[in-house]
Design a protein around this ligand. Structure first.
Ligand code: GLU
Length: 456
């Protein structure tokens, strides 16, 4: 058993592409088969190296490892040429010299008559010697196949015209190259978006003309945006790496993607092992799936909450580097991460939350400071009492806060809130005693002092 992901490198790795890759990957893994990555770069005008890199980076970040590849179709031109030559020699293909003008006139006329715009086979028997190469699609009969998702599909051959398999510059077209590679690479399962379903009958005719066995086909339902239109840039981030940049964990994104068009009862959380064990083509929905950013965020939060700090740090490192946050000096990063796990929906939020442990902030949030530093007595009492504290531990710090409350005859919030603002600059901090412990004694005292100065 072998499946493949065959993206065209003409942009970033799109969420829909990643979902296709994940389904093909999971199906291969489940059956201990192989998964192939093939870059379909024959359109040399639209393909770019940056896009190839984006695809490889995206696959790598998601952890969708391939057993074979990456293969590049541009390296197979000789093979395609040979097959085109064979089809011509066997009279299964022919050169067509019809001019652009003739073809557009033909299209106009047919459309005016309310008919489907199809090539009329004008050059079929003319024995032309140059131009594009067209495949002689069978004139009669029906192409029938059993799609693993959509079920039985039949298309009459008279609905299909003679497909161009090589352009006039001799470069092969998608429908031919995909058939040759899927055959040569012994792909048993072609799993792809249902935007290709209309190509499949044409491809089946090519397999048959070449005398090759057919793979299984599974066409995945579309992904729609919140407004019901096909998911696109208009709906926000659609590139996989934009989700990395926004602080998503790859396993949260994979978990989200696997549920786009596939389900297993009402289970929502799937580890990678569960995806592999439970995934089945027969459970893919026929109906389009809807992309729901909030659900993805909810999953991400859940994954962050339940991950080990080591795992989070592995993924945080990229963000820390990117935002130039140096965590080498100061609090133990694992403890800081643990203190933030319940409070962070994304890794970007986590980085925001951990900055105060490693960086000085310039200014206090003015609005909050005007309110919370109005009375500087709690800050002064805290500074005084904490500077005497020897055992710098959260429970001891908490006891000191309590003593200050008792001494001043005020509630915990009246001391805790100004303290939180003094340490964080913006009031965003978790349990204040733990924060103070992690920040350390000298920085805590320094920031209290800074707050008192501000209050004056
Ligand atoms: N290269 C095609 C695309 O990116 C996919 C072809 C296929 O999976 O058959 O749409």
């Amino acid at each position: 058993m072998k499946s493949r992901f065959a993206p065209s490198p003409t942009g970033y790795l799109h969420i829909g592409g990643a979902r296709t890759a994940l389904f093909a990957w999971a199906w291969a893994k489940k059956q201990q088969g192989d998964f192939v990555l093939r870059i379909e770069d024959t359109d040399t005008e639209r393909s770019t190296q940056a896009s190839v890199d984006a695809i490889l980076d995206g696959m790598n970040w998601l952890g969708l490892d391939y057993d074979e590849g990456p293969f590049y179709q541009t390296q197979h031109f000789e093979r395609y040429k040979a097959v085109i030559g064979q089809l011509l020699a066997e009279d299964k293909a022919y050169y067509c010299e019809c001019s652009k003008e003739r073809l557009s006139e033909l299209r106009e006329t047919l459309m005016q008559k309310g008919e489907k715009a199809m090539y009329d086979g004008c050059c079929r028997d003319k024995k032309c010697s140059s131009g594009v190469v067209r495949f002689k699609n069978p004139a009669n009969g029906v192409v029938v196949f059993n799609d693993a998702v959509k079920g039985k599909i039949s298309i009459a051959n008279k609905e299909l015209d003679d497909l161009i398999i090589a352009r006039s510059d001799a470069t092969p077209t998608y429908n031919l190259t995909v058939v040759i590679d899927d055959h040569d690479m012994k792909i048993s399962h072609v799993i792809r978006g249902d935007d290709h379903i209309n190509n499949t009958p044409r491809q089946i005719n090519l397999y048959q003309a070449l005398g090759w066995d057919l793979p299984e086909f599974a066409h995945l339902p579309m992904i729609l945006g919140s407004d019901g239109a096909r998911l696109s840039k208009r709906h926000g981030a659609v590139s996989v790496m934009a989700y990395r940049d926004a602080g998503f964990l790859p396993e949260a994104l994979l978990n989200y993607l696997v549920r786009l068009g596939w389900s297993h009862g009402d289970q929502e959380i799937f580890s990678l092992d569960e995806i592999i064990a439970l995934f089945d083509l027969k459970d893919i929905n026929k109906a389009p799936a809807s992309f729901n950013e909030e659900k993805l965020l909810w999953l991400n939060q859940d994954y962050i909450k339940n991950a080990t700090s080591e795992h989070l740090i592995q993924h945080l490192n990229w963000h820390l580097h990117n935002q130039k946050v140096d965590t080498n000096n100061g609090a133990d990063l694992s403890l800081v991460v643990e203190s933030l796990q319940d409070r962070s929906k994304t890794l970007v939020e986590m980085v925001e939350g951990l900055k105060m442990f490693y960086q000085e902030f310039d200014e206090f949030d003015e609005k909050l400071a005007d309110k919370q530093f109005k009375d500087k007595a709690p800050l002064e009492a805290l500074l005084e009492a904490l500077s005497q504290l020897e055992a710098w531990q959260a429970d001891e710090i908490k006891a000191v806060i309590k003593q200050v409350c008792d001494k001043l005859g005020i509630g915990f919030g009246k001391v805790g809130q100004p303290f939180r603002l003094a340490l964080s600059g913006n009031g965003n901090a978790g349990s204040i005693d733990l924060v103070a412990e992690l920040i350390g004694k000298s920085t805590t005292l320094k920031r209290l002092d800074k707050a008192i100065k501000y209050a004056c």
